[in-house]
Design a protein around this ligand. Structure first.
Ligand code: MLT
Ligand code: ZN
Length: 464
């Protein structure tokens, strides 16, 4: 990148904070993926919507490419800037702009962290249900760009369900004010939903109006050691029949052991098993005793039928948090091993068969590697992580993964599933979009991209 181009860009954006500090380029040029080195030209820190709009116009004028960036916790390389782009960081746009308890709406700038939205919602006596392990760093704009899921999708749906208004700067530098917090709005194409999940390729999210919901009742967590993987859905159906579940998560013994080793935690149960189910369910104060008895009766029945081998029911908030840690820490525990991450989904009913077929395939392809299995069972979302064996070159491991990907995604397609349930396509899954979407769909996506970003400056090379 010539110095003059970035100087021209800078001159067109007076007052814009723009860093070329090597440390900032390194930290802000990437997300949590580690397969490519970041190499941006600069990192812009706009302070308001006008500065975002100005920098988009300056990018058009100078032919620079932009990579929108939030909390940088993404897992598909969607916020990776490896080709001299300008990263557009939302770190200076972190204000809660408006609270409207009557409408149960919270309007925030794109750089507000999810944990902050949750905390503010709690102070208002309400609840923001989008929740996942990286919520302390992940920003609202990034979660909208990827339509983030997490552990409460079972009851509350994905980020899409929460977004009632969206302000976006499109690829021409225009501010779009979409849906304005309305519950009902039947006036034409809903561009808000087009933006959600578009991974910064159609526009840069600058503000969002989020719908909060009622504070959840008290709850308990049960961790169950499963007799076998296929029994998982039977157990889920049994639990769902009697308890009001708000989460249902799964992890394999390999994932559990890695978490225990990495964070020096003790093994949570006395009996080992191949897989574990962690469920959270409502226990309203008025019916606490009744629900506890019911949960224990179901537990005994499942034990008698041989579906589960062991389990524990939380008796305090601290124990609940401790049990969740075994699930939520998996991603962090896997990170040092340059994991090859999969974020697959199929219909919930197809999950056991899919898991079985995928296990057979993965064990053949990844002999000698540790495989971690976990996911959001209640949503049909499976994360398979393959850890890079110590001593294997990253490039060689990446090649092996790419070859396996073809086979994995063929299986996903045969099941009518998706190559990305909640992490997004980004850079890593881009070659495989065709396994989830038809040629016609992709052609329409390209057309939409052309209309919204005619100069091709927004996150090029991602998703499409
Ligand atoms: C999770 O479910 O833990 C997240 O999606 C992160 C991951 O898959 O590693
Ligand atoms: Zn997940």
């Amino acid at each position: 990148m010539s110095t003059s181009r970035i100087d021209t860009f800078r001159a067109q954006c007076p007052g814009l904070s723009l860093s070329t500090d090597p440390g900032v380029l390194e930290s802000h040029g990437q997300d949590w993926t580690r397969f490519r080195r970041p190499d941006p030209t600069a990192v812009a820190f706009p302070a308001d919507n006008t500065q975002v709009s100005d920098l988009v116009r300056a990018a058009i004028a100078t032919g620079m490419h932009l990579v929108p960036s939030g909390g940088r916790t993404g897992l598909s390389g969607g916020a990776l800037a490896a080709s001299g782009e300008i990263v557009v960081s939302m770190d200076r746009m972190r204000r809660i702009l408006h609270e409207d308890p009557a409408d149960r709406l919270l309007t925030v700038q794109a750089g507000v962290a999810i944990a902050e939205v949750q905390a503010r919602a709690r102070e208002l006596g309400l609840y923001y249900p989008v929740s996942f392990a990286a919520e302390g760093s992940a920003q609202v704009g990034g979660t909208i760009a990827t339509n983030a899921g997490g552990i409460r999708v079972l009851r509350h749906g994905m980020t899409r369900e929460r977004v009632k208004g969206l302000k976006v700067i499109d690829g021409r530098g225009r501010l779009l004010d979409l849906n304005r917090g309305l519950v009902k709005n039947a006036s034409g194409y809903d561009l808000r939903h087009l933006m959600i999940g578009s991974e910064g390729t159609l526009g840069i999210v600058v503000e969002a109006t989020l719908r909060l919901t009622e504070a959840p009742p008290p709850s308990r967590v049960m961790l169950l050691a499963l007799d076998s993987m296929p029994v998982m859905m039977t157990v889920l159906a049994k639990l769902r029949g009697s308890l009001r579940l708000s989460a249902c998560e799964f992890f394999s013994v390999g994932a559990l052991e890695l978490v225990c080793r990495s964070f020096d935690l003790r093994y949570p149960l006395e009996t080992s098993a191949d897989g574990f189910l962690l469920v959270e369910f409502d226990v309203p104060a008025a019916s606490e005793q009744h629900i506890e008895e019911q949960a224990l009766a179901i537990f005994d029945e499942m034990l008698e039928r041989g579906w589960i081998l062991d389990g524990v029911l939380s008796t305090s908030e601290a124990q609940k948090r401790a049990l969740w840690r075994y699930r939520e820490a998996i991603s962090e525990a896997a990170a040092p091993y340059t994991p090859y991450k999969n974020d697959l989904s199929v219909r919930v009913s197809k999950l056991p068969d899919f898991l079985q077929d995928l296990t057979t395939l993965a064990e053949a392809r990844f002999a000698g590697c540790s495989l971690l299995w976990y996911g959001h069972v209640g949503d049909g979302n499976l994360h398979m992580n393959v850890l890079k064996p110590e001593g294997e070159e990253t490039a060689a491991f990446e090649r092996r993964c790419k070859e396996a990907s073809e086979a994995i995604y063929r299986l996903v397609r045969a099941y009518g599933g998706s190559v990305s349930a909640e992490h997004g396509i980004g850079l890593l899954k881009r070659p495989f979009l065709g396994y989830s979407c038809s040629e016609e769909e992709i052609e329409l996506m390209r057309g939409i991209k052309q209309v919204m970003d005619p100069h091709g400056i927004l996150n090029p090379g991602k998703l499409l």
